[in-house]
Design a protein around this ligand. Structure first.
Ligand SMILES: [Zn+2]
Length: 216
């Protein structure tokens, strides 16, 4: 995919692509096949989150930022706290329709996902084991791995990406001059979004992923 205005809007969640079940059609097809085969083995995969728009991510970011400011954090430390877990709007892989947060069908939806749920003897451990073994067969790979050499977001055992599309999306995304996109400069904390800050964010957070998902 070549970089141009249309796909920068797409890759930054500013134009909504054709979606099925909140995923790109090709991703949904692979996902449904995975769900079906998991079911045969008694694992009931549920999609917790697929596509998210720029505006949706902006509401998450701004709400968290404002909360930290209310608690007395400085703008700079509030930004650092928010980006421990939440992507800067425009840079979330959930904008692409290729990335999924998955759980097993049960009643945990109202809770924030935590890595502990996927550990031995915990509620999503069987799901975790099944995904480790099988997800790649359908094109899905873990993004925010447990690798201690990785920068950026914390370990997320629930976040998978459809690699056949997202590897090239990432390579196109990296060509976008984020600093020149005016919508990004209207997010809470914007006074600190220098070109250097955004470049560092790209290096640490956007590229703080499973090595197999980077363009060689
Ligand atoms: Zn996610």
């Amino acid at each position: 995919m070549i970089f141009n205005k249309d796909n920068y809007e797409f890759l930054m969640g500013m134009s909504i692509p054709k979606l099925i079940n909140t995923l790109l059609p090709e991703v949904n097809t692979a996902f449904q096949e995975m769900v079906l085969n998991a079911k045969k083995e008694g694992i009931f995969i549920k999609l917790k989150s697929g596509y998210r728009s720029f505006d949706f991510q902006k509401r998450i970011w701004n709400r968290k930022y404002d909360n930290y400011i209310k608690k007395g954090y400085s703008p700079k430390s509030a930004i650092n706290k928010v980006k421990e877990y939440s992507a800067l709007p425009g840079t979330s892989r959930h904008h692409w329709g290729t990335d999924i947060d998955i759980i097993e069908e049960n009643n945990l939806e109202e809770y924030e996902l935590q890595p502990i749920f996927f550990e031995e003897n915990q509620i999503f451990f069987r799901l975790h084991q099944w995904l480790n073994k099988n997800a790649h067969l359908y094109g899905f790979k873990l993004v925010y791995t447990k690798d201690s050499n990785r920068n950026g977001f914390n370990y997320e055992p629930w976040h998978y990406t459809y690699a056949p599309l997202s590897v090239s999306y990432l390579s196109t995304f990296l060509k976008i001059p984020i600093y020149q996109i005016k919508d990004v400069l209207q997010i809470q904390g914007k006074d600190f979004f220098s070109e250097a800050f955004l470049n560092k964010y790209i290096q640490e957070n956007v590229l703080g992923i499973n090595e197999e998902l980077k363009v060689k």
